[in-house]
Design a protein around this ligand. Structure first.
Ligand code: NAD
Length: 267
């Protein structure tokens, strides 16, 4: 399967280039960076710490999408919207790992998915998607007498909060309780906040160092507490998930899919 990596000079972009090189059945068909990037023209393999592969970073995605079967996209919400339109025109699989999309952004991505397969997830790892299934089950079993808090920590360069993964886990908890996350989410606390509202799902975001991504879901009841934790140890984990999603999406009918669909966890 011929894949284009957009954001190829980014932390995830480089991990994707390495993962494609190490995976049978996929080849790197192009590498895209933003206009004005100092890395344009550089060899994507060398940038990712591999031998040269002859694929130079380009700021012109259109001809590359036209000659590919899929695009792996871990960039920014604005660029992901642009790539969603191009991928829909080219009718190629669009795997979206970008986080921080607004509800309006998600509507536009859904519109693009009428024409092409889109797999979008705030976390592409098997472990987190399994954790989400466990959280849904725990939230359903324990009910709102157990206060639910989601704590995440990421490296100092991360620009959005809470993380896409924390929101994915929050959605799973809300689904378990049969409520809409937007009605119960408490995304920040500061000053005299008053007591905790019953049924709230709280988020706390820590930032620092080089942490790839830690998430803990706490269910705190009277006299007992459950903590469910996932720790990502390398970005290759997400890159492997993205490649798996692209292969899964090939030949499927257009639509918006999640990583839980890819992994068979969306019961
Ligand atoms: P990063 O800043 O290192 O990389 C993003 C890259 O995208 C940069 O090189 C940037 O120049 C490039 N870019 C921006 N606009 C572009 C455009 N219009 N065309 C081409 N390239 C463009 O960030 P990162 O740490 O690699 O994370 C990227 C995104 O992926 C973030 O939203 C992050 O939260 C998300 N992420 C998701 C998962 C997951 O499993 N879903 C895992 C890790 C990171």
């Amino acid at each position: 399967m011929r894949l284009v990596v957009v954001g190829a000079a980014g932390r995830m972009g480089r991990a994707l280039v390495r993962t494609i090189a190490a995976t049978e059945g996929v080849t790197l068909a192009g590498a895209v960076e933003r206009e004005g990037s100092p890395h344009l023209g550089e060899d994507a393999g060398v940038l990712a710490g591999l031998p040269a592969n002859g694929i130079a970073l380009s700021d012109d995605p259109l001809p590359l999408f036209a000659a590919a079967e899929g695009v792996l996209d871990f960039t920014s919400p604005a660029s992901t919207l642009h790539f969603a339109e191009l991928a829909a025109q080219a009718r190629i699989v669009h795997v979206i790992g970008t986080t921080g999309c607004s509800a309006a952004d998600d509507d536009r991505i859904e519109a693009a998915s009428r024409h092409a397969v889109v797999v979008k997830s705030g976390n592409m790892s098997l472990g987190v998607n399994l954790l989400a299934a466990l959280v849904r089950k725990a939230a359903r079993a324990l009910g709102p007498e157990f206060d639910l808090e989601i704590v995440e920590m990421h490296h100092r360069h991360k620009v959005d909060a809470p993380s896409g993964t924390a929101l994915l886990l929050g959605e799973a908890a809300a689904a378990g309780r049969g409520v809409a996350l937007r009605d119960v989410a408490v995304r920040a606390r500061d000053g005299h906040t008053g007591a905790r509202p019953a049924g709230a799902i709280g988020f706390q975001a820590l930032r620092g160092g080089s942490v790839v991504g830690d998430h803990t879901v706490i269910l705190a009841g009277d006299g007992e507490r459950i903590e469910l934790t996932h720790r990502a140890e390398s970005r290759e984990l997400f890159a492997k998930g993205a490649v798996t999603a692209a292969l899964w999406g090939r030949g499927r009918k257009p639509g918006l899919y999640s990583m839980a669909d890819v992994l068979g966890l969306s019961d």
